[in-house]
Design a protein around this ligand. Sequence first.
Ligand SMILES: CC(C)(COP(=O)(O)OP(=O)(O)OC[C@H]1O[C@@H](n2cnc3c(N)ncnc32)[C@H](O)[C@@H]1OP(=O)(O)O)[C@@H](O)C(=O)NCCC(=O)NCCS
Length: 184
Amino acid sequence: MVGDTIIRVAASEDLDAFFAYLNDHLRDNGSGATALFMPMARAASRFGPERESAFRNATTTALGQPGWRRLWLALDAQGGIAGHIDLRARPEGASTHRALLGMGVHRDARKQGLGARLIDVAATWAGAEAGLDWIDLEVLSVNVPARQLYARCGFVQTGEIADMFRIDGEALAYTFMSRKMHAL
Ligand SMILES: CC(C)(COP(=O)(O)OP(=O)(O)OC[C@H]1O[C@@H](n2cnc3c(N)ncnc32)[C@H](O)[C@@H]1OP(=O)(O)O)[C@@H](O)C(=O)NCCC(=O)NCCS
């Protein structure tokens, strides 16, 4: 039950289970029940082992250093992963006051408020602990559930690129959203 889930920062020992969860999660990408949420062809939607070590290194990179990343997991009463959220450095060197957000909720745990709880945890850390001024994100425009969640959680659309991707024969737009952490 989602009500029993706790949300905590992922430790390095959690990452093998996280990668297994993520690959299962990616099976939903554009499955029909779930909108396309990663800009990847359906048949290629997985997080390969070649990306795991870079991810591991990023989670131990100090905040403010290029390539840093922090991951939080929602864990159910049995310790299973019910959702995740991460914040990571932007690639631009002069944007260390901002972070990029990525997230997902297990197919069995959606529409129960866990997505909003995950955003709350990450945003509280970003503003109160990390001293970040903005959280940015990119979302496929067809992913209406995600866009609605982000808008409800204070993200404002800053732009949209039409025909950003051509995936499985479909032209897809990309929406950009940002949330200010506190008054500048
Ligand atoms: C987008 C996603 C993260 C949302 O997670 P979630 O846990 O379902 O989000 P929430 O439950 O907080 O909110 C989703 C909806 O459930 C509703 N909801 C929340 N609690 C509810 C409850 N107890 N009962 C019924 N509905 C509820 C919310 O009002 C919201 O409805 P809305 O979309 O009409 O506004 C999830 O659908 C997902 O993982 N999708 C696939 C991956 C993905 O899109 N990731 C983002 C990539 S940019």
